[in-house]
Ligand binder design. Structure first.
Ligand code: B3K
Ligand code: ZN
Length: 854
């Protein structure tokens, strides 16, 4: 086991000031010459020079100040190259290497690889060591000068172009950066171009590079980039700092996108969009991820991380910033609800299982396994809490200080908290536990009402408790900001939002002078990433759903109503009459935002119901949950048939397709309604819509509704005929079938799809589509016969030697396995053990599986 510990950090013993590289690109034998301007950090020390370098990097030559050292002083093992101290000068020196690498053999897509004839790179976290020997760690920062020799027409790297000639391009990046931000692209590409003038007058050339033929689908990405650049100036005062900003779309990419300095590389699904091929959700994600990567230029690149334990320093903050951006571009209320839904579905799930870890972990084996919902989304929630605690002005002062004080640094979470302490005078020692402790705190709220002469007093008692997580049995209390408002019996707000600060295990807060007993609206805006439980009857929930002034809390009341009906039904008890009535009143309100109505109308997913049950100590039964959800949906459809039919008509969107918030909102309500109506009308409306819709949003909604009813085969075939050549649409085609299949058939459908010639499984998007589609079908993945587990394990084992990052990531399908019944647990464990006992398993997958079995 090769465990890295936060506590072991020490600075690199050499200072690297400048890196010069020359690439002679060739598919199977690329040559890389690297010159490193190094100096001992302290001339008194005598340290070996250890450079990282993966197994597949072949050392061809090495010199120090032009001389080859004694070979006895140079040692190579699988992961490093060491030059003994005895061979090193005590003054600044130049280390030159030449290596050979084979991009065509790189199926892990880490380092330099080839995707559809295009050379590209992915270096975060530790990919650069597969390109050359280097101190591949984020606290070693250097300027880069890169020369690329190749016959390919477009040759790109970081920074500004400083020379272009036939078969050669030179790039210089003046901003010192760690190796993980290095990028190189070479290929037959075309650009959609524009420009941006920064507020201090720098003219920036902007390009979105795509394959010839894809230009007409790159315009939205460009618009999103320009909006992001403007927003970061307006809201954070951050300007761009180079003469060019390039974005490149790549088909084979392990994740969403990468913030390489001046040369962002994107999964093509997060760049390419047209109404016919992309859904509203795709457009919203493209806008958000373009913004996210752009925002990294300051939060990540200008200020980077000291080590990978600090990953949430850049990721949590950049997610927080992209969430703010989307709230400003679209609807803040809708965005908050969507973010909370995603947080619960991914991060709460992670936090409750064997993979739980703090936003700042203190150990890892494989850092790529820690690009998680906890580091990203919980990291962002923690910043949201900080902002709530110090206020908007305090937040702004702290961020200004952060940029001033740490520009050019590789910083830590301690540095980050210190700027908040210095800018606001607040002590954040207890708050820091949010970074160091794993687990989702459980909050309980009870109420005590005392009427009185001079008005009544309402006392709220909160207690907090966090269940143990791996390696952390004890959980001290945290600072929890709980936003609370009070609503009078007539539905008017009597006390506007106040933020109560919990710091103890149990604490009370009193509201005095109240005319009548109010209804408490708690955890407004989801003011802290906790689980709140309180005794509330359905009538009070329905009251809050009707009257709460806080959109999140209002939505949450509806959610709780639905979940109480669904969890009861999944245990064979009563039905959801209260919810059905309340939701009918809510969706009938034509004055309300259609997107909000859609969010309320969409029932909690099966996974969410399972989570609610197991949090309450009940073993979830996936089949019963599926049946309960189906039956409640049917009840809603039957009860409100006329209303739903009217809304379906009213929400028709006229005119050309636009992916903006207003039209997206109408389509989201209409599609939510369609899913319900399809349960009654035999699929009539969905079939019509699939046929006439000119956009992918409505076609996918119609297709999904049909597949869920065991129909839709003709539509699937039609989609395939029309888009067989479009990878991104075909990914949807692969994903939707196992996802929307009746659970008993899901694993077999996935297995059949996996035998197709166009199941190009080495492409990460295609692999994720099929395996992710199955695991999104809760009762299908958790089929009692183990077929979902077996299928998934088979393919993880096949993928692991080819692309360990993807195999390890997709193994999280199993992360909740311990909460199910003994029969399912035995089958899931058998699948996990089969993986664990496979010889030659990657470090990535081994770490994941052993944590899940532990
Ligand atoms: N920083 C990259 C993610 C790198 C993942 C490495 N396994 C994209 C992002 O968060 O913006
Ligand atoms: Zn990021």
């Amino acid at each position: 086991k090769n465990v890295q510990y936060l506590a072991d950090y020490r600075p690199y013993p050499f200072v690297l000031s400048a890196t010069r590289m020359r690439f002679a690109l060739a598919a199977t034998d690329t040559r890389v010459r690297t010159e490193l301007s190094l100096a001992p950090r302290d001339p008194e020390w005598s340290e070996d020079l250890v450079l990282d370098g993966g197994k597949a990097v072949r050392l061809l030559s090495l010199t120090i100040d032009g001389e080859a050292p004694d070979p006895a002083h140079v040692t190579r093992d699988g992961e490093t190259l060491t030059v003994a101290a005895a061979a090193l000068p005590r003054h600044p020196f130049l280390l030159e290497t030449e290596v050979g690498i084979d991009p065509s053999a790189n199926t892990a897509f880490e380092g330099l690889y080839i995707s559809n004839g295009m050379f590209c790179t992915q270096c975060e976290a530790e990919g650069f060591r597969h390109i050359t020997f280097y101190p591949d760690r984020p606290d070693v920062m250097a300027t880069f000068h890169v020369t690329i020799d190749s016959d390919l027409p477009v040759l790109l790297s970081n920074g500004n172009p400083v020379g272009q000639s036939q078969g050669r391009a030179e790039w210089h990046d003046p901003w010192p950066k760690p190796s993980y931000l290095f990028a190189l692209v070479a290929g037959d590409l075309v650009a959609v171009s524009d420009s941006f003038a920064t507020r201090s007058g720098r003219q920036v050339a902007l390009n979105v590079w795509v394959r010839p033929g894809d230009q007409d689908r790159a315009g939205f990405a460009m618009e999103s980039l320009i909006k992001s650049m403007k927003w970061d100036e307006d809201v954070y005062g951050r300007e761009y700092d180079l003469d060019v900003f390039n974005i490149v779309a790549v088909d084979d990419f392990n994740m969403g996108a990468m913030e390489n300095k001046g040369l962002n590389i994107f999964n093509s699904k997060l760049v390419l969009a047209s109404p016919e091929t992309a859904t509203d959700g795709d457009y919203e994600r493209i806008e958000a991820v373009i913004a996210h990567e752009y925002f990294h230029n300051w939060t990540g690149n200008r200020i980077t991380c000291r080590d990978w334990f600090q990953l949430c320093l850049k990721e949590g903050l950049t997610v927080f910033r992209d969430q703010q951006f989307t709230s400003d571009m679209r609807s803040a209320a809708v965005k908050r609800i969507e973010d909370v839904q995603a947080l619960r579905a991914r991060q709460f799930r992670e936090d409750q299982g064997p993979l739980a870890h703090p936003p700042r972990p203190d150990r890892y084996e494989e850092i790529n396994n820690f690009y998680t919902a906890t580091v990203y989304e919980k990291g962002a929630e923690v910043i949201g809490m900080l902002k709530r605690l110090v206020g908007d002005d305090g937040y702004r002062r702290a961020l200004d200080l952060y940029f001033d004080r740490h520009d050019g640094d590789a910083a830590t979470i301690e540095d980050w908290l210190k700027v908040f302490e210095d800018a606001t005078g607040r002590d954040l020692a207890q708050f820091k536990r949010w970074y160091t402790d794993a687990g989702t705190p459980r909050l309980t709220m009870t109420e005590d009402w005392r009427p009185g002469e001079a008005g009544g007093t309402l006392t709220l008692t909160f207690s907090q408790q966090t269940p143990p997580t791996p390696g952390q049995p004890e959980k001290p209390s945290r600072v929890v900001p709980v936003a609370v408002g009070l609503i009078g019996p007539n539905g008017d707000e009597v006390t506007p939002t106040q933020v109560l600060e919990l710091t103890e295990a149990s604490q009370t807060f009193a509201f005095e002078g109240l005319g009548a007993r109010p209804v408490v609206s708690a955890l407004r805006g989801f003011s802290a990433p906790v689980m709140l439980s309180r005794d509330l009857d359905d009538a009070t929930r329905a009251f809050l759903l009707a009257h709460d002034t806080d959109p999140f809390a209002r939505w949450e009341s509806g959610r709780d109503l639905a979940l109480s009906a669904l969890t009861a039904a999944a245990q064979g008890q009563a039905t959801g009459g209260n919810y059905v009535q309340a939701i009918g009143r809510l969706i009938a309100d034509d004055a309300a935002d259609p997107a909000f109505r859609a969010l309320c109308l969409n029932l909690p997913g099966e996974e969410e119901i399972a989570t609610r049950l197991s949090t309450g100590g009940i073993t979830p039964d996936p089949d019963a949950i599926h049946a309960a959800r189906e039956s409640l949906a049917r009840q809603i459809a039957e009860t409100h048939l006329d209303l739903l039919a009217r809304i379906y008509q009213d929400m028709t969107v006229a005119g050309p397709y636009r992916p903006d918030a207003a039209d997206t909102a109408r389509r989201s309500l209409r599609n939510a309604v369609l899913a319900l109506l399809t349960r009654i009308d035999g699929g009539e409306r969905a079939e019509v819509l699939f046929g006439v819709a000119g956009n992918m949003t409505e076609r996918m909604a119609a297709l999904t509704a049909l597949l869920r009813r065991g129909r839709g085969q003709a539509e699937l075939a039609a989609l395939h005929d029309q888009f067989a050549d479009n990878r991104l649409v075909m990914d949807k085609w692969f994903a939707v079938q196992p996802m929307a299949a009746p659970p008993a058939q899901a694993a077999q459908i996935a297995r059949d799809l996996a035998t197709r010639r166009d199941f190009d499984w080495k492409n990460p998007n295609r692999f994720r589509a099929l395996l992710g589609g199955l695991s999104a079908n809760h009762a299908g993945f958790h089929a009692a016969d183990g077929s979902g587990y077996d299928f998934t394990a088979d393919w993880l084992l096949r993928m692991d030697p080819v692309n360990p990052q993807i195999a390890a990531r997709m193994s999280t399908a199993f992360e909740t396995w311990t909460r199910y019944d003994a029969g399912r647990r035995a089958k899931a464990l058998a699948a996990l053990e089969r993986i664990a006992s496979t010889k030659g398993l990657s470090r990535n997958t081994r770490e994941m599986v052993s944590r899940m079995i532990a």
